[in-house]
Structures are given as structure tokens and as C-alpha cells.
Design a protein around this ligand. Structure first.
Ligand SMILES: [Zn+2]
Length: 82
């Protein structure tokens, strides 16, 4: 299961978010200050998803939903290739 790290641009808090389902829509907020101003932290650990083929990586699409202040992210995972 992919875990992504995010850093709050508001208070500098770094937290992890676990994505259970692919294409799941989650709203991300800082657990500390509830800010949605987040930046994805590229972790030192290089987790590979799937068979490790190049380009076969999870992709996070950031978009605005619900009008302006709410930000959602969609996680696109490559389907199981077995
Ligand atoms: Zn914060």
C-alpha cells in the first residue's frame, strides 16, 4: 500500500497519508492546523509499485473540488498486471 508523505506549508508539520484504494478521492488536511496548503514530500525510501517497470508508478492528481478552498487528490495506481 502506498504511503505518501506530505508537508504542511502552513506550520511545517510532516505527516503520512495512506492510500488504501486506487482512484480514491481523499481530502488532505494538516492534522495539526487543518490547512490544505500541502506539499508532497518525496520520501527517501523508494517504494516501487508493481513489477518495478519504469513508468509504472502511482500518480497523484491534484485538483480543486467543491469550489476553491477544498483540495482533493486522486491517486491513480496502475492496475495489477498479473
Ligand atoms: Zn499545518
Amino acid at each position: 500500500m502506498p504511503i505518501f508523505e506530505f508537508k504542511c506549508l502552513e506550520c511545517g508539520n510532516v505527516f503520512e497519508k495512506l492510500f488504501i484504494n486506487s482512484n480514491e478521492e481523499v481530502d488532505l488536511n494538516c492534522p495539526d492546523c487543518r490547512s490544505a496548503d500541502l506539499e508532497r514530500v518525496v520520501s527517501r525510501t523508494n517504494y516501487s509499485i508493481g513489477a518495478g517497470a519504469a513508468g509504472n508508478q502511482a500518480k497523484i492528481t491534484e485538483k480543486t473540488c467543491g469550489g476553491g478552498s477544498n483540495r482533493c487528490m486522486t491517486l491513480d495506481l496502475p492496475g495489477p498486471s498479473r
